[in-house]
Design a protein around this ligand. Structure first.
Ligand SMILES: Nc1ncnc2c1ncn2[C@@H]1O[C@H](COP(=O)(O)OP(=O)(O)OP(=O)(O)O)[C@@H](O)[C@H]1O
Ligand SMILES: [Mg+2]
Length: 281
């Protein structure tokens, strides 16, 4: 029997994106399973996809996997990650993590016969030897000048200005690229909410109960201390009217000690974190 070369063996594994991702995420992040919705997102070739997801459900890392697989399997691919600057750097970092983990897998398996070393990388981009690039762009910049991207991923889209989307949408008209929007909801204004109801998208709604790592107990605790509206928006993918208060001040006050300062500082902290999209708890 003719022995397959390492490159041929790897091409066979990469032809199954679920298998490829399972092996890679186990190595990179110690994932034991890929959630059903994550598998669907990985496999989908739909031109337009929109993901409305719970906090911490895995939207950014799933997209990092999809992007890394594309970089590896499509020569000269151009993948753009558009998000608020810190978020976009964080997402690029996830793709770079995967490249490192893949290189490790290759070295261990083929004794150095096959490796993956990026030809260029910095905080906002990475280029592979096959000419593929991933570039992170801040969502406050006019995103223009990139032609026929393979994937454009807009992360935390509900927190970006409409102008960003207006700049990107026409780029998708030429070529077969995929446009993928992901976010937790943030009210009923802006392009993410508007596109959520646009039938051109394959739509994924991923509330917390589709994420095995989030427990009903932690959700109930948040409902009691922070409030039902907060849980609905951040974990149950509901687009709430802008006027709805996200916090139940009484619940929060009761969960704090008596000093006013602790309460006021906590409220301020929550507001800051929400506007900056940092993890709350
Ligand atoms: N299938 C999985 N198995 C194990 N861990 C996972 C899985 N999917 C995601 N995670 C982990 O869950 C955490 C959150 O993932 P990620 O940051 O991608 O989620 P997110 O939805 O983008 O979160 P945020 O709302 O904070 O932006 C990470 O530590 C990630 O590695
Ligand atoms: Mg994220």
């Amino acid at each position: 029997m003719v022995r397959r070369s390492p490159a041929e063996a790897e091409a066979t594994i990469a032809s199954n994106i679920e298998l490829f991702t399972a092996r890679l995420t186990l190595k990179a992040w110690n994932w034991k399973n890929i959630d059903p919705w994550q598998r669907e997102v990985l496999k989908s070739q739909e031109k337009y996809m929109i993901l409305g997801c719970s906090r911490q459900s895995g939207k950014s890392s799933t997209m990092a996997c999809k992007i890394f697989h594309t970089l590896l399997t499509v020569p000269d691919a151009l993948c753009l990650i558009v998000a608020e600057q810190r978020q976009s750097n964080e997402d690029i970092r996830k793709v770079k993590d995967l490249a490192k983990a893949y290189d490790k897998i290759l070295r261990e398996r083929y004794d150095g016969e096959l490796t993956l070393t990026p030809v260029a990388e910095n905080i906002t981009s990475m280029e592979l030897p096959n000419g593929s690039r991933v570039v992170g762009l801040p969502g406050n910049e006019k995103v223009r000048g990139y032609s026929a991207p393979t994937i454009v991923f807009i992360d935390e889209a509900a927190f970006l200005e409409d102008e960003v989307f207006i700049g990107i949408d026409p780029m998708m008209e030429v070529g077969n690229g995929q446009l993928i929007l992901a976010s937790t909801p943030a009210g009923t204004g802006g392009f993410f909410y508007h596109e959520w109801n646009n039938p051109r998208y394959q739509r994924f709604r991923v509330p917390w109960n589709q994420c095995p790592r989030i427990s009903p107990e932690s959700i109930e605790a948040k409902r009691l201390t922070i409030g039902d509206a907060y849980v609905k928006q951040e974990y149950e993918v509901e687009f709430l009217d802008e006027l709805t208060s996200l916090f139940d001040e009484n619940g929060l006050r009761a969960s704090m000690d008596d000093t006013e300062d602790v309460f006021e500082n906590t409220m301020k902290g929550i507001n800051d974190q929400l506007s900056g999209k940092e993890a709350l708890i």
